[in-house]
Design a binder for this molecule. Structure first.
Ligand SMILES: Cc1ncc(COP(=O)(O)O)c(C=O)c1O
Ligand SMILES: [Zn+2]
Length: 382
């Protein structure tokens, strides 16, 4: 049984039919959110039922948008571990610090969550040709899930995207176009060509389901913390879909009565070479200006403009969080710190959260008694 009732604009609340493929709100151009019959879920669903379910993101079916489970396209999106750190926590003087290790997911990164959901919904809606602008890992994830579903994947990514991403997309038989530009330029090409080519645009937050896949990170954290959320979450932010998804599902969980009103401080970590959200937060703005000359070795953070900027900022402001930028050198150092202290082989984006944490501990913004979760969003790639 599905509790998914409709789609709703995250800005103007205009509603949309869930049986039709949708992109952005046609009234105001902002992202659409799936909405659920939460009162009914609260009546029907008990936490205890989770103990019998598979350890994957699909265990939260009541709060997910797939209507017929036969449409799920899966490579086994396993629940990811919350690794307790000891030496790292001790070196920072924090009592309780965990790494949520997303590198275990299919295709090597957390992008699997969003694309597993988007491709499953594409199947449910009868779509067969999907196009994506990507900084890298989302392209790898789409290529694999589209291959599994027997769909076409049309990939547009920067020519200097990580070789792992370029190679894996080709290996999975996707149509890959490397462009002289960034993810935002790739997005423009998809937007220009999609109608003529018959492609469905699965740009993050420009279709309503990747965010629902990403929100399962928040569901897992809530469950892993026994429905008492941690004090601080640090998340490496590009398009910000993870922050937006976690923030959305915390509200859903409160509405169904599984958690209380307490929220983690949501901390967005970016690179000094591309920090539109940090700049907007420092200025107290509710939207971010596009970043010019974006440059960083953390490819996933090279996102000069995010369609969900106002949603990311909203989560930061409402949670009393922060946004912080770190340098590429600090990211490199943090990769070594994670490996030597904890044996965790992180991607640069994940390591960026360690660098951000060091700074926030030094300034006293994160205190020793805070329970802190860092997101390692993907595995180390040579
Ligand atoms: C490894 C990694 N971490 C973080 C990000 C940023 O994620 P989001 O777009 O959810 O902000 C990306 C995006 O490409 C990524 O590949
Ligand atoms: Zn709208």
């Amino acid at each position: 049984m599905s509790y998914f009732t409709h789609l709703e604009c995250s800005r103007c609340a205009q509603t949309y039919d869930l049986n039709v493929p949708q992109n952005l709100c046609t009234e105001c151009g902002k992202p659409l959110f799936p909405r659920y019959a939460l009162a009914k879920i609260a009546q029907d669903w008990d936490k205890s039922s989770l103990s019998d379910r598979e350890a994957s993101m699909w265990r939260y079916a009541e709060l997910l948008p797939v209507i017929d489970p036969a449409n799920i396209v899966s490579l086994n999106e396993t629940m990811t571990p919350l690794l307790p750190t000891q030496q790292l926590a001790a070196s920072l003087g924090i009592e309780a610090l965990w790494v949520k290790d997303e590198s275990r997911l299919p295709t090597g990164s957390f992008k699997a969550r969003g694309l597993a959901m988007a491709v499953s919904k594409a199947k449910e809606l009868g779509l067969t040709k999907l196009a994506i602008p990507s900084a890298g890992n989302a392209a790898t994830a789409l290529s694999s899930y589209a291959a599994q579903a027997g769909m076409e994947a049309h990939i547009f990514m920067p020519q200097d995207a990580p070789p792992f991403n370029r190679n894996t997309c080709q290996l999975a038989g996707a149509n890959v176009t490397l462009i002289d530009g960034l993810i935002t330029d790739a997005g423009k090409i998809v937007a220009e060509r999609k109608e003529e080519e018959g492609w469905f645009d699965v740009s993050t937050l420009k279709e309503p389901y990747r965010v629902e896949g990403k929100k399962t990170m928040g569901l897992e954290i809530a469950e892993q913390f026994n429905w008492d959320l941690p004090d601080v979450i640090l998340y490496p932010t590009g398009g910000g879909t993870g922050i937006v998804g976690m923030w959305k599902v915390f509200q859903e969980l409160e509405t169904i009565g599984w958690i209380d009103a307490k929220r983690p401080r949501m901390i967005s970590v970016q690179s000094v070479g591309c920090a539109p959200i940090v700049k907007a937060w420092q200025e107290g703005a509710t939207e971010a200006e596009p970043w010019t000359n974006a440059q960083t070795t953390a490819a996933g953070l090279r996102v000069p403009q995010a369609v969900g900027d106002f949603l990311i900022l909203d989560a930061i402001y409402q949670s009393g969080g922060a946004a912080i930028a770190v340098t590429d050198d600090e990211i490199q150092e943090a990769m070594a710190t994670l490996a030597t202290h904890e044996g965790v082989l992180a991607c640069p984006e994940g390591a960026a959260t360690v660098a951000g944490l060091c700074k926030l501990v030094a300034t006293g913004e994160i205190q020793p008694e805070n329970r802190v979760v860092l997101f390692n969003t993907g595995g180390y790639q040579a």
